[in-house]
Design a protein around this ligand. Structure first.
Ligand SMILES: [Zn+2]
Length: 141
């Protein structure tokens, strides 16, 4: 806030220039200007500190993003953590299937454990069922 300090400096120069004298009002005015100078210094220090804190937060946020990337990439490697959520088109039961089953070429169908309806057959099963999206898989580097 250089602008604020400049304004206070200008006020000080102005007060000296008009020669306020020794009246009570002049002393009060002089003290007000001195107080303004102290406040301008304090605000300037606060803003410097805040800029440092913001810079620190930004670097911490970047570190956290890196950490999250590492952690979630590790989870992707762990196939047990991958589940496909879907709703049975026959009985509307909420179902969770291990992603491994769907990626496995030898598995050609999945059966709803609630009603026994076959809800997954071959690879093009999701194109025939409305409202069911194909399983999303993220490519790991
Ligand atoms: Zn069902």
């Amino acid at each position: 806030m250089d602008n604020l300090k400049e304004k206070v400096a200008y006020l000080q120069g102005l007060a000296q220039g008009v020669q306020l004298g020794d009246s009570k009002e002049a002393r009060v005015l002089s003290e007000v200007i001195n107080t303004l100078q102290v406040m301008a210094e304090a605000i300037d220090n606060l803003q410097l500190n805040q800029a440092e804190v913001e810079e620190y937060l930004v670097s911490m946020d970047e570190d956290l993003a890196d950490l999250e990337t590492d952690v979630y990439d590790d989870e992707d490697d762990d196939a047990d953590a991958e589940f496909l959520e879907m709703t049975c088109p026959n009985c509307s039961e909420e179902l969770y299937f291990d992603q491994l089953l769907l990626d496995d070429d030898e598995v050609t169908e999945l059966v709803c454990p609630s009603c026994g309806q076959v809800i997954y057959e071959d690879d093009d099963w999701y194109e025939e069922e409305e409202g069911i999206s194909p399983p999303e898989t993220e490519e790991n580097d």
